[in-house]
Design a protein around this ligand. Structure first.
Ligand SMILES: [Zn+2]
Length: 506
């Protein structure tokens, strides 16, 4: 017997003796055995390349409870036992080998903790694994096979996650974000775990009801800051308060993954199945009725139009979203289209943050601050879909970085201040700029690879304009090719549909 098996057996023996009277002091109820862990990424199938092991941050065992992300778990009367948690910046589909390795390690760690009363899966919902449709369905059903039917499984989801029959049939409860931009992560994770702890406490077995909605919108047309999403999502807390209802979730789904499960959905968890069905049906109908209303909350146009519009404005900084190459939506983040257009139009007083280009970043570090050098910028991650731009650059700043992947260089190319990064990353916070010696408010134009802006950049945007640029998260969704999509609005404009609810098989 190895040490781990010994400790497990010892703890099982203690649990057995707990039945004879050893109680948790806080609740005066026997403690439950709950494990947690999962895998989060959002993958576009419209770009090149694969997300590999080196693209994931993988945390294991004792590393997990210390993460701020999981601090909320400490408030529960039962200890949540860590397994594995893998996260990555949204991007290309996951390499099959990487997925299988992470899944098998996760399942092995879950197995080591058996028997379990509960399992919490913090997922995203829009993972795409090469050669596989419905990756979360695979992950969740695999976890179910390991923990068995008696164990309660709860999941938290991003509101851009996709649901499937397999997901619903293997979960006992689910809760998704209610805001986009996402500012309710912790509340959502808490809702998912509150349901689990409550059910384990009172012995209820919730039911999950799903109403798929054949509508698919990009996040940029379904922000909860704007109508119709604002009013659709605003009603969820009140519905959640109804008798026998534990959670009400409404999901936009993820448009840049070509799979049959990619649609919007209402998912309701609770014990009063009739009420759950009524709520799911009503939300699905309302979403369907609003389908033609979804629109961008900010002015949009081609790159040329948007740059021209920004130049005419008296205000600053005008923040331009380079929306087709947004790494937080699954874009590659290596495209130089905006840089090329700014140089062609001879625009000055502008910062472009940033372009993921490791060779160009390395070249800047080799040259050093103050040096001039020729650079080829862009198209290094997905050379088949975009072209590099040849520029003559002066290195103005090099970030201190322990790892080569963390390197960032600021260069001046004519009137454009350009940030080059070794890895794909968003510029979501003012500090992302100031840490590179840049004050975004000082520039007339700030170009970021983003869709809708996160609150911190939104707060300085004066105003925000969205360029409908090319890339793997192109907003021109009506022209996205598809092999697997089920008949869905807006691809099928005259679709006839009536809401239908499906009850999970738990
Ligand atoms: Zn999201």
């Amino acid at each position: 017997m190895n040490r781990r098996q010994f400790l497990k057996q010892a703890s099982l023996a203690m649990a057995a003796s707990a039945a004879g009277g050893r109680l948790d002091a806080r609740q005066q109820k026997p403690q439950k055995r709950i494990a947690f862990g999962g895998m989060q990424i959002e993958c576009s199938t419209y770009g090149g390349g694969l997300s590999r092991m080196e693209d994931f941050t993988v945390r294991r065992g004792k590393e997990l409870p210390g993460l701020p992300y999981f601090h909320f778990l400490q408030a529960y009367p039962h200890p949540f036992m860590p397994t594995l948690f893998a996260t990555a910046v949204p991007g290309a589909p996951v390499e099959r080998k990487t997925y299988e390795a992470l899944k098998s390690e996760f399942l092995g760690r879950v197995k080591d903790l058996l028997p379990l009363d509960g399992l919490y899966l913090p997922m995203h919902g829009a993972m795409y694994v090469e050669g596989m449709l419905d990756a979360e369905g695979d992950w969740i059903s695999s976890a179910r096979r390991v923990v068995g039917d008696r164990c309660l499984i709860t999941a938290s989801y991003d509101l851009h996650g996709n649901i499937s029959r397999r997901v619903i049939d293997n979960l006992d409860m689910l809760s998704a974000f209610r805001t986009a931009p996402h500012i309710d992560r912790e509340e959502t994770h808490k809702r998912a775990c509150d349901m689990l702890v409550q059910s384990l406490g009172d012995g209820t077995r919730p039911t999950v009801v799903w109403a798929p909605i054949p509508v698919l919108m990009p996040g940029e047309r379904s922000s909860t800051l704007y109508e119709p999403a604002k009013r659709l999502w605003a009603q969820l807390p009140a519905l959640n308060g109804r008798e026998g209802v534990m959670d009400v979730s409404l999901l936009v789904g993820y448009v840049w993954a070509d799979e049959p499960r990619a649609t919007a959905a209402a998912v309701v968890t609770g014990t009063a199945v009739g009420t759950l069905r009524d709520i799911a049906r009503s939300l699905a109908q309302q979403y369907w009725d609003a389908r033609a209303e979804f629109s961008f909350g900010v002015p949009t146009g081609t790159l040329t139009e948007i740059i021209g519009r920004a130049q005419k404005l008296e205000t600053r900084p005008v923040v331009i979203s380079d929306s087709g190459d947004n790494p937080t939506g699954g874009g590659t983040g290596d495209r130089a289209d905006a840089l090329a257009e700014l140089l062609r139009l001879k625009v000055g007083d502008v910062v472009v943050a940033g372009i993921a280009d490791r060779p160009a970043t390395e070249a800047c570090y080799k040259a050093g601050v103050g040096k001039d050098l020729p650079l080829k910028v862009g198209g290094t991650l997905d050379p088949t879909r975009s072209k590099p731009v040849d520029v003559s650059a002066k290195v103005v700043f090099l970030a201190q970085a322990d790892q080569p992947a963390e390197r960032q260089a600021v260069v001046q190319v004519e009137g454009v201040t350009l940030v080059l990064t070794a890895r794909r990353r968003p510029f979501h916070r003012v500090e992302d700029f100031t840490s590179l010696g840049l004050d975004p408010k000082r520039f007339k134009i700030v170009v970021v690879k983003a869709g809708y802006l996160v609150p911190e950049i939104e707060a300085i945007a004066n105003p925000n304009l969205m360029a409908l640029t090319d890339g793997s998260v192109n907003q021109d969704i009506e022209n996205l090719p598809s092999r697997y999509r089920v008949p869905t609005y807006p691809w099928v404009k005259d679709l006839r549909w009536e809401p239908m609810t499906l009850v999970g098989k738990r």
